[in-house]
Design a protein around this ligand. Structure first.
Ligand SMILES: NC(=O)c1ccc[n+]([C@@H]2O[C@H](COP(=O)([O-])OP(=O)(O)OC[C@H]3O[C@@H](n4cnc5c(N)ncnc54)[C@H](OP(=O)(O)O)[C@@H]3O)[C@@H](O)[C@H]2O)c1
Length: 267
């Protein structure tokens, strides 16, 4: 299946590229750091004879989702898998956030993801072959996380949007899934300004483990994919507790496991 994965230069996206490429899918790997994508492409070609095409692009730039679409159609003709994985956010008080960072979070987590769905779902419906759209949310899309107000809001949006797009396309050739990871050992915590305390490490997953769980679930067209027991419990908390209580529980858990330090996103 011809596959597009955003956020392919690091973490969960990089692991998904490796898994899909290893399993024989042709991948268009999208992220800003060209050299990272190039190295990944070469590595997977040598190890698995895989075809991974780098597309270095800031997908929050005006017109960038259309550029992804044009590149993908030019390269593949038909696309069967879109994984909207790229996401970011500082771990910070709302009022202290730089306005340009606030716009990046919404631009990446909400707007770019939505525009890519908007471009690729009709294309998949048109060609009629079995296809998959996967939006990467977060456990934070169930449990509201203090100091992640916009992030958590954006991931609630991803969860709702994905469910509704799935409903609107039910019975079609396009299966729409949400992958909701929890704490994963990627660049995200350091970029966000989260210093993990030793107690946090117990619940963390590797991006490779997330990708290995996600891959068969995506191809089965599962509606929701939540990797790992700890994350399933966190989601349950978000489902059963009223918001104010859920926020308190998450604040308690976060305070015990994570120290808030300066984030590392350039403004
Ligand atoms: N790690 C966690 O604990 C965790 C928990 C729950 C959910 N998630 C979600 O999982 C997804 C993947 O996160 P991760 O943990 O793997 O993070 P990560 O290691 O920081 O990777 C983020 C990826 O997004 C790319 N990216 C960032 N801004 C971009 C932009 N403007 N245009 C194109 N690509 C961009 C980055 O590449 P470049 O810098 O090269 O552009 C990188 O490849 C995100 O949606 C995140 O919210 C992560």
């Amino acid at each position: 299946m011809n596959t597009i994965i955003t956020g392919a230069s690091s973490g969960i996206g990089r692991a998904l590229v490796s898994t899909f490429a290893r399993e024989g899918h042709a991948v268009l790997a999208v992220a800003r750091r060209a050299e990272r994508l190039q190295e990944l492409s070469q590595d997977l070609a040598e190890k698995h004879n895989a075809v991974v095409t780098p597309l270095p692009l800031d997908i929050t730039a005006p017109g960038a989702p259309q550029d992804v679409f044009k590149e993908a159609i030019g390269l593949f003709g038909k696309v069967q898998v879109l994984i909207n994985n790229a996401g970011m956010s500082p771990y910070q008080e709302f009022t202290e956030m730089d306005l340009s960072i606030l716009r990046q979070v919404i631009g990446l987590n909400v707007l770019a993801l939505t525009e890519l769905c908007y471009l690729f779902i009709p294309h998949m419906l048109d060609h009629g072959e079995p296809s998959h759209v996967v939006n990467v949310g977060s456990v934070g899309g169930y449990t509201p996380l203090p100091y992640f107000s916009i992030y958590s809001g954006s991931k609630h949006y991803v969860r709702v949007l994905t469910n509704l797009l799935r409903y609107e396309n039910k019975g079609s050739n396009v299966k729409i899934s949400a992958l909701h990871p929890g704490g994963t050992l990627t660049e995200f915590p350091t970029l966000a300004g989260e210093r993990l305390k030793p107690s946090a490490m117990k619940g963390m997953m590797t991006p490779e483990a997330v990708a290995e769980i996600a891959y068969p679930a995506i191809l089965k067209g599962k509606r929701v994919i939540i990797p790992g027991v700890v994350n399933k419990v966190a989601v349950l908390i978000g489902k059963v507790l009223p918001f104010p209580l859920s926020i308190r529980v998450m604040a308690f858990v976060y305070n015990r496991s994570i120290e808030k330090v300066a984030h590392n996103y350039p403004a």
